[in-house]
Design a protein around this ligand. Sequence first.
Ligand code: SF4
Ligand code: FES
Length: 249
Amino acid sequence: MRITLKVWRQPGPDQPGRLVEYAAEDVSPGMSFLEMLDVVNEGLIAKGDDPIAFDSDCREGICGTCGFLIDGLAHGPVRATTVCQLHMRSFKDGDTVTLEPWRAKAFPIIKDLVVDRSAFDRIIQSGGYTSINVGGAQDGNAILIPMPTLEQAMDSAACIGCGACVAACKNASAVLFTSAKVSHLALLPQGQAERYARVVHMVDRHDGEGFGSCSNEGECEAVCPKEISITNIARMNREYFKATLLRGR
Ligand code: SF4
Ligand code: FES
C-alpha cells in the first residue's frame, strides 16, 4: 500500500508547528502503525532529515506511552486499541492520514507528536497510592474480597495513563483517568485508610493542573483503549461528596 501522511512537525515547545506531507511506500497490511512510522523515519534519517518524534515503549498496549491523534481520533479508528496495537490493515491503499499530538493545555507539546504527560504523574503522586503496610503477596491473598468488587477494581486498574481521554474531551478533562485511579483503590480494603483524603487531593490536583471539568460528553469512554467506564466518574463524584461531608470542606 501507499499511504500519504500529513504529520504535525513542531521542533520544540515554544516553536510554531505545521503539517508536513510524507509518502509511506510499500506498506504491508501486517505492519503496526508504529512500524510504518519507523520505516518512514529510517528514510528520513537516510536523507539526513529529522525523524518524526513519537512516544512508544512496550508496543503491546500495556504501558500507556504511545498515543496521538489519527485523523482526529485518539489512537486511531479501531475501538479499544492503542496506536501501537493498530495495524495498517485498518487503512486502504491511497489513504491520506493526518497525525497530530494530543491537544490539551495540561499536555504541552515537547516535539512533533510527543507531549508532556507529567501532570498525570502529579495526580498519582497526590493520592494514587496506599501508605499502609499490606504485607507480602501471601498476606494479600489472605484478604477475601467479593468477586464482583474485585472485578470492578481490576477494571478500573486497567487504565494505562495514555491520555487519550483528555485528547478526546472538548473540555480537556482528565476525570476518566483520575476517577479510574480513585475507584480502584476506593473499592479495595487496602485503599480504605486514605480513601477520603485521596479523592480530595487527586481532584484538587487534577483541577490545579489545568484539566477541564466533566460535562458528561462520553467521548473519553469511546476512545479509551482499555474501555474504562464513565461509571468511574460517578463513583469518584460520590466519593468526593462523602469526603467533603466527612472533612467539612
Ligand atoms: S482512562 Fe483510558 S484513555 Fe484515559 S488515560 Fe486511562 S487508559 Fe488512557
Ligand atoms: S507503546 Fe505501550 S501501550 Fe503503546
